[in-house]
Design a protein around this ligand. Structure first.
Ligand code: GLU
Length: 425
């Protein structure tokens, strides 16, 4: 009897399940493994009471989902965003399972978040919210259980609040419980730039296998947060021309190339780290989503999910898309891009530099011994290049798209370990 198929009303979860089932069937994965891996081990929902600056109390909803711990502790970020819900976290946790598996690191997949709008919260409100959330999820997180990290709208400061809260609750320092920490407090040199550096490395490796010179390539990058900004910098350092960048304040487009030094200075001086007010030679300000449709060779969507879909994918002019964000292309968008002949590097390969960097941080925390930034970056680039090559070669050999190749490679490793360990729970 074949395993019953889960469906979901949440688009991201439905997509995650469809991608999994599609690859699993093509691989001939056993039904028992399809059943196990299409479910999450744990979905935790918590209430997060926060005393606001005006004295009132607001109760936010928070989540932590552990999709799989087959390969090791669950691993994945915590995001602060109004769209966060349990299904979205589950979809992203599943993606983390495949990401860690494909990356060859000893982790399962998890994801969490708080449904909130961080842009309207004060720093003190954010701190109280972070601490309350950490206390609520404390029973299921730990160095050998589940190791959260930054994600959308969270960073080093939030990791310190989480770690400080749980450390004080437990009466011990446990540096490997969260990754993405500031260098000042158990973090690693290189981690901040790791995701963007990895995304750019995948783009540059694709140029290499296609025989293209980065200096002839015009690139457009959606999102100028942690991922987008360092993707842009790494690509520009390699000679590529960054013609467009964007954030929630709009698209900044210059066919002559964006002055990235100025763009970094702009976000540094903006209270909310936005590009608002940015300008440079030949720069034109366009609408928020225009960054996806400008004339360029490579497009790097490094912001939120679902941006290239049945309504937008057709307008893409780029010939190559490298997914810096998690899930920026919907299945409809995927099909439209494929029909147009656009080649795509999938998210859980392209943006795995973040979690590979987290693994380096965790390994250093376990040893209590810190690497140099050079060691960190060299190892990161080496692993990213190897992973890109593995997926590229598999896709060529089996004549499948890179997304399918990445899924098949990743699922196989988890399935093999599940078989090795056997079913108890
Ligand atoms: N949030 C990042 C991701 O989606 C990093 C996760 C981690 O380092 O655990 O891959």
């Amino acid at each position: 009897m074949s395993a019953t198929r889960r469906t979901a009303t949440n688009v991201l979860l439905d997509t995650a399940l469809k991608n999994f089932y599609g690859a699993a069937e093509e691989m001939g994965l056993k039904d028992k493994l399809i059943s196990i891996l299409s479910h999450s081990e744990r979905r935790l929902e918590v209430s997060v009471p926060v005393e606001m600056d005006d004295g009132s109390v607001q109760v936010f909803k928070g989540y932590r989902v552990q999709h799989s711990t087959a390969l090791g502790p669950a691993k994945g970020g915590i995001r602060f965003h109004p769209d966060v819900d349990a299904d979205e976290c589950e979809a992203l946790a599943m993606l983390m399972t495949w990401k860690c598996s494909l990356a060859g690191i000893p982790y399962g997949g998890g994801k969490g978040g708080i449904s909130c709008d961080p842009l309207v919260l004060s720093v003190k409100e954010k701190e109280r919210m972070s601490r309350a959330f950490a206390a609520r999820i404390a029973p299921i997180v730990g160095t050998w259980q589940d190791v959260p990290a930054p994600d959308v709208n969270t960073g080093g400061q939030e990791m310190v609040w989480f770690m400080d809260t749980i450390g004080k609750m437990r009466g011990q320092v446990e540096p490997g419980i969260f990754t993405g920490k500031p260098i000042l407090y158990w973090g690693s040199k290189g981690r901040n730039e790791a995701t963007g550096r990895g995304v750019a490395t995948c783009g540059l490796e694709l140029m290499k296998v296609l025989g293209k010179n980065p200096e002839d390539m015009r690139v457009s990058i959606q999102g100028f947060g942690n991922v987008g900004s360092y993707t842009a910098k790494t690509l520009a350092d390699a000679g590529a021309k960054v013609v467009a960048i964007s954030d929630i304040t709009g698209t900044y487009y210059s066919p002559k190339g964006i002055d990235l030094k100025k763009a970094f200075a702009q976000i540094q001086s903006h209270p909310k780290k936005l590009l608002e007010g940015f300008t440079c030679e030949g720069c034109e300000k366009l609408g928020i989503s225009d960054v996806l449709f400008v004339d360029c060779d490579f497009l790097f969507p490094c912001a939120l999910d679902g941006v290239l879909n049945d309504k937008t994918a057709d307008k893409v002019k780029a010939k190559y898309v490298v997914e810096g964000a998690n899930g920026p292309v919907t299945p409809d968008g995927d099909k439209i891009l494929a029909d147009k002949g656009v080649m795509l590097v999938p998210d859980f390969l392209a943006n795995s530099g973040g979690v590979i960097g987290s693994y380096f941080e965790w390994a250093q925390n376990l040893q209590g011994f810190f690497w140099t930034e050079e060691e960190y970056n060299n190892r990161l680039i080496h692993i990213m290049k190897g992973n890109f090559k593995r997926v590229w070669d598999y896709a060529q050999a089996k004549n499948v798209k890179m997304r399918r190749a990445a899924f098949m490679t990743a699922i196989q490793r988890v399935a093999d370990v599940e078989e090795l360990r056997g079913i108890f729970l």
